[in-house]
Design a protein around this ligand. Structure first.
Ligand code: ZN
Length: 524
């Protein structure tokens, strides 16, 4: 990651052209920064591994929440059900393996968020944040050749968290309040991505002063490699993926591409790390299987969604017309058709998008997972083209409950809200989504979809409550209180016809969230 804590915002290296990944709205942050940070030598010394100095799980989660509240509002924060599902499918087995191996202490298991936030940035980066939050840039998904390579990065970052590296780094910032530490971390994130050099200097100056205290040590990096490597096989990934990722990093290192590979700057490949890895492989890891077709499609998706610019989109759109295209391998053709279709959507060329989807469907025939991705993309194209009825046909009604897939659920909601289907369809999906959010109350996008469905059904009170819960999920308690109060107003105005159960739920939730808001205010 940019292990956040290993700020690489050495300012000379701040890429000026690379779009901010999580470009923080920095103005607010600056005012939150302390006027001056004492010089490094005045800070307590970095504790050595194993001296037991740690932040409590609850305190670390609180700090993580504070940081994440800002990231959710960042314009580069990406809500994408397809990529989120794919990344979760890699992360969850790693987390389960860590639990099974006793790497996740009960206190952090219960308290931490274990959530990955996607950033639209093209740079290759991933990082762990306090409280079990992780950041992952689309640039990294776009550059890995197999799910195993992506798993190796997530396993490494997960291990920084389970081994309490972050909490140890923070705990020794004893003289700084969590608010200051949170602001410094956010400032560091912003500085590393800011295209504005003056701004970067301003934040970077502050950040540099604490860099020495917030760095992961070389021992921590080696431990994250060792523990992370141990998760690969039990989680169902080829350990060889770790080596392949190391090779990639070494290659990029040789090219000295430090603008687009921030991950490399936070994770210098020391000879020690390479030697460690080689000795593990000597003990025999089976060669990695070729990547599933689905991976090639979703890596293409990540590249297209990372705001590559119009020229790149046009190039991807034209790629299937290249001479000799038909003679290329299935993986390459399928990925090219996927990129062409999604690029066409970004360029609002619906005819080209539909044609590319047909090419994709032919190219993935016989591979169930890839065919599903083609169908989801086809629905996305129809929705974008203003044809919700055609989209709905591609998204068959599911039985609901545990077998429901999130991308299908959210796309189907979009189609129904856009006017496809019947009132009975909307009612049925609202019921499915209600069950979904009851089990996953932090799924803001699902709450939002539910709110739109209720509104389309003329259920204003339920819509307001779902909108409020979406804000709670994003930890924007002030906005949630506003929505709950709007719900109370509506309930009063429609007295008699009001849904009393819904109104009383709103009263209860409003009190609970107001108390969270007071708590938040008291932290400042
Ligand atoms: Zn690391």
């Amino acid at each position: 990651m940019r292990d956040l804590f290993k700020p690489k915002w050495r300012f000379a290296h701040i890429p000026s052209r690379h779009a901010a990944i999580f470009s923080i709205a920095s103005a607010v942050l600056f005012t939150a920064l302390p006027p001056a940070v004492p010089p490094a030598h005045a800070q307590p010394r970095l504790p050595t591994l194993g001296d037991g100095l740690e932040l409590t799980a609850a305190a670390e989660r609180k700090l993580g929440d504070r940081i994440i509240r800002e990231l959710y509002r960042d314009p580069d924060y990406l809500e994408d059900a397809v990529l989120q599902e794919y990344v979760q499918g890699i992360f969850q087995p790693l987390l389960s393996a860590a639990r099974a191996r006793g790497e996740v202490a009960p206190d952090i298991d219960e308290r931490f968020a274990w959530e990955i936030l996607l950033g639209r940035d093209r740079s290759v980066n991933a990082f762990a944040l306090p409280g079990g939050y992780f950041g992952l840039h689309l640039g990294l998904i776009g550059v890995v050749a197999t799910p195993d390579e992506l798993a190796s990065v997530l396993a490494h970052e997960l291990s920084h968290v389970t081994q309490r590296h972050i909490s140890r780094l923070i705990a020794q910032q004893g003289k700084q309040t969590p608010l200051m530490i949170g602001a410094l971390i956010l400032g560091a994130l912003a500085a590393s991505k800011s295209p504005d050099a003056a701004q970067a200097l301003m934040v970077g100056g502050q950040a540099l002063a604490v860099q020495n205290q917030l760095n992961f040590s070389r021992e921590m990096e080696r431990e994250a490699d060792r523990v992370g490597y141990g998760l690969m096989q039990p989680a169902g990934f080829a350990p060889q993926g770790f080596v392949a990722m190391f090779d990639k990093l070494q290659q990029a290192n040789r090219l000295n591409d430090n603008g687009s590979w921030p991950y490399l700057r936070s994770h210098p490949l020391t000879t020690q790390r390479i030697a460690d890895m080689q000795s593990r492989i000597a003990h025999g890891a089976a060669p990695a299987a070729p990547a599933p077709l689905q991976h090639a499609l979703l890596a293409a998706r990540a590249r297209v969604l990372s705001r590559p610019g119009t020229d790149a989109l046009r190039q991807w759109l034209a790629q299937p017309q290249d001479a000799g295209f038909a003679a290329r391998g299935q993986r390459e053709r399928a990925a090219a058709w996927y990129a062409a279709a999604l690029s066409a959507v970004q360029l609002s060329d619906w005819q080209a998008a539909r044609a590319a989807v047909r090419g994709l469907q032919d190219a993935v025939a016989g591979d169930a997972n890839a065919a599903r991705q083609a169908r989801l993309l086809a629905a996305e194209v129809e929705l974008a083209a203003g044809a919700p009825q055609a989209a709905l046909k591609l998204l068959p009604e599911s039985a609901g409950g545990a077998s429901t897939h999130r991308p299908e659920l959210l796309l189907r909601a979009q189609a129904l809200v856009a006017g496809a289907g019947t009132a009975a369809d909307r009612q049925a999906l609202a019921g499915t989504l209600q069950t979904w959010v009851t089990a996953r109350p932090r799924d803001a996008a699902a709450w939002q979809a539910l709110a739109q469905l209720w509104r389309a059904q003329g259920q204003g009170l339920r819509a307001l409550r779902a909108e409020a819960e979406a804000q709670v999920a994003r930890q924007d308690y002030a906005a949630a209180v506003d929505r709950f109060k709007a719900g109370q107003d509506l309930a009063r105005k429609s007295a008699g016809a009001a849904d009393y159960i819904e109104a009383s739920i709103i009263d209860t939730r409003l009190r609970a969230v107001e108390s969270l808001l007071r708590e938040q205010a008291a932290e400042r």
